[in-house]
Design a protein around this ligand. Structure first.
Ligand SMILES: Nc1ncnc2c1ncn2[C@@H]1O[C@H](COP(=O)(O)OP(=O)(O)OP(=O)(O)O)[C@@H](O)[C@H]1O
Ligand SMILES: [Mn+2]
Ligand SMILES: [Mn+2]
Length: 662
């Protein structure tokens, strides 16, 4: 920088000084253009200083403590000069403008690079970056400084020629929490809470997103040390290696954070990290990720700080990993596979893309084409020997669906009375997860498939096949849509649980895959017609393992595969097939005069209401199926259900006017 240093080059208090970094700037030497990031404690602007692009970090100063903190940070930044640390080029340390001027890092921060651009670094790039970062931390630790906020969002990137290659080089930034080790003894627990709280503009609201980089001793409100930086470094390098947001299976940040918030509360995650040793998933064995690096990562995130390596050790270790890699590569004379071309898709265009597909229409198209095919051979289950004395239920039906406290609705349902015949009726509910796509598709496709299948199969077989066909069709459709658009969204695997009730004259068939539930009220008593398929159920767990899946205890319950799904059967969820099967379990019930009504509902209802309670509520509700559905759903919402709620009620015998008014 050519901005002149005006002596005395100190801040207004005289506590910050530098020989090379100007600490007051004439107003004419700079201009701020526009904000590029807003944290809770500062706004970062793109700016021009003396004709060059810079980043200006302007802390939000509201108390005298904030001003003290500015001076402390400036004192520290003035002393730093390392190729792996974001470079302070100037500062303005006088009222009314307090500002840090940093070199501009064109490629933004590592979190965005990984999860918005979905950058896929090669193992060599990962290693290069790991070494650079380790050197920066080694440098800080040698100065007695602990950074305390190492995470991808605080790593700034720029392309630079390094070892004859264009490389994306990392620079550790954001010294807002950094402390001299010698001062840390004075940082009491209370102090930690106020000054040491985790940062992150976006994450601030989403506490869980920030906890993921914090060492167990910090979560326990114990002392920080250099080894706490080693922990955060380990989590960060693993994220770089896998491309996945810790504790999720997702690359795209927006989705990953919803999953994080859905799966864990702040307390649960803290408890799991601290007491159960929960850590992010390592790279897949077959990914070819250097095992030496994976071991190093695991040592870095050891629960006991003393077992974690120092950055001197880490650098040695990384050198070793490099060497091994070189010899292996040379031996193989490996032909480097072309890496998947990265589109310029960012997460917002991906979201738009997801929204732009109408999955209902997609599903419907399937059913339409199937119906035409089926019409030629109608044979519908008409038993020629139908017994005229056979019981004949008289049906009325209704439904109610609400997204409840959730922001989005991922439940869908369908009512298809009189399906191709007076006395065949089908009703179904789908509860989507990882998006609504699977549920929307299934609600239109599954009834269509059933319609064709009725002509050739028994009711049970037709249900079974309709579930499986819907699943296959959905996953194919998803693939078809991924390819031509060049959307690299390998990790987008929406799914849904499904329940369908098929009534053929006096026979009731319920097919279930997942944790929606069906109950029958017979002679005033509740009877389950389905079993929940969740990983906490031993049979299901054994089935998953037998078919090649993995079930692990995460936080508070059993979960399936890297996606940590709680349900064990579903439509979609391509990443968990075949073990998270779409094959339903089917029950068959012969209806009689004692049967009053059938209730189908998504888990949003059953989470807060037992079957017996449903019967009780139904007793004093006007006997109209739509009203009953609404009453049950509203009651569940009132009881604090946090999920979408869908209820279908089907009366199985005529309800008298008196009962309706009740
Ligand atoms: N020198 C720079 N060049 C380019 N981008 C920058 C620069 N400094 C900061 N940024 C952008 O601004 C974001 C926030 O910067 P920084 O972490 O320093 O601010 P902060 O207010 O401390 O944020 P936090 O909310 O994380 O505490 C970075 O993640 C990065 O995207
Ligand atoms: Mn930051
Ligand atoms: Mn910060």
């Amino acid at each position: 920088m050519v901005v002149e240093i005006v002596e005395p080059n100190t801040c207004i208090r005289g506590c910050c000084r530098s020989d090379s970094i100007p600490l007051h700037l004439p107003a004419s030497s700079y201009s701020l253009s526009h904000p590029i990031a807003r944290g809770a404690e500062s706004v970062v602007y793109e700016a021009i200083l003396d004709g060059k692009k810079v980043a200006v970090k302007k802390p939000i100063l509201s108390t005298s403590e904030d001003i003290d903190k500015f001076h402390k940070e400036l004192q520290m930044l003035c002393k730093l000069d390392h190729s792996g640390v974001a470079k302070l080029v100037a500062a303005h340390a006088k009222p009314v403008n307090y500002m840090f001027f940093f070199k501009y890092y064109e490629s933004g921060n590592l979190a965005d690079k990984l999860h918005v651009e979905e950058w896929n670094p090669s193992f060599d790039e990962v290693l290069t970056m790991s070494v650079q970062l380790a050197k920066a931390l080694q440098y800080l630790h040698n100065l007695g400084i602990i950074h305390r906020d190492v995470k991808p969002a605080n790593i700034l990137l720029i392309y630079r020629l390094w070892q004859l290659d264009e490389n994306l080089l990392p620079h550790l930034a954001d010294f807002g929490l950094a402390e001299y080790k010698k001062d840390l003894n004075q940082v009491s627990v209370e102090n930690w809470r106020s000054s040491g709280k985790p940062t992150g503009g976006f994450h601030k609201k989403k506490m869980v997103g920030t906890l993921i980089y914090m060492a167990p001793e910090i979560l326990k409100r114990e002392m920080h040390s250099e080894k706490s930086d080693a922990y955060s470094y380990g989590i960060t390098i693993n994220e770089l290696l896998t491309g996945v947001v810790p504790y999720t299976n997702l690359r795209a940040e927006v989705q990953a954070h919803t999953v994080l918030e859905m799966n864990y509360s702040e307390q649960q995650l803290t408890a799991a990290i601290v007491s159960e040793g929960l850590r992010p998933a390592l790279a897949n064995l077959d990914s070819g990720a250097p095992t030496g690096l994976q071991h190093l990562i695991q040592r870095c995130w050891d629960a006991n700080p003393q077992n974690r390596p120092s950055f001197d050790d880490i650098i040695l270790g990384l050198g070793h990993v490099r060497k091994c890699r070189k010899t292996v590569e040379e031996k193989k004379k490996a032909v480097v596979e072309p890496s998947i071309p990265l589109g310029d898709e960012n997460s917002s265009s991906l979201r738009n893309y997801q929204i732009s597909i109408n999955w209902f229409t997609k599903g419907e198209n399937f059913s339409k084409s199937s119906c035409i095919a089926a019409d030629s051979c109608v044979r519908i289950w008409h038993d020629p020997l139908t017994d005229p004395s056979e019981y004949h239920p008289v049906l009325s039906w209704g439904s109610f669906a609400t997204c409840g406290r959730r922001e989005t609705m991922e439940d869908t349902h369908f009512l298809m009375p009189h399906m191709r015949s007076e006395d065949i009726h089908v009703f179904g509910i789908f509860d989507g997860h990882r998006g609504a796509a699977a549920a929307e598709f299934s609600a239109s496709a599954l009834p269509g498939f059933l319609q064709i299948l009725v002509s050739t199969k028994s009711p049970s077989d037709a249900l079974l096949e309709a579930f499986v066909k819907t699943d296959v069709a959905f996953r194919e459709e998803l693939d078809n849509h991924r390819k031509p658009k060049g959307v690299i969204q390998k990790d987008w695997h929406p799914g849904c649980t499904a329940i369908a009730a098929l009534i053929v004259r006096n026979k009731l068939f319920v097919a279930n895959a997942g944790d929606c539930r069906a109950m029958l009220c017979r002679a005033s008593c509740a009877h389950s017609l389905s079993k929940d398929h969740v990983a906490s159920c031993l049979d299901e767990r054994e089935r998953i393992i037998r078919t090649g899946g993995q079930v692990t205890w995460v936080v508070d319950t059993w979960r399936v595969g890297p996606a940590a799904l709680q349900v064990t059967r579903s439509i979609g969820d391509g990443d968990l097939k075949p073990y998270v099967t779409a094959e339903p379990e089917i029950t068959e019930t012969t209806l009689s005069v004692e049967d009053e009504y059938l209730v189908l509902a998504s888990d949003g209802l059953w989470d807060v209401m037992s079957e017996a309670e449903v019967v009780n509520i139904m007793k004093d509700t006007v006997k109209e199926a739509g009203m009953c559905s609404k009453r049950l759903a509203t009651e569940a919402a009132g009881r604090g259900s946090r999920d979408n709620i869908t209820v279908i009620v089907v009366f199985l015998r005529p309800v008298s006017t008196a009962e309706r008014i009740y």
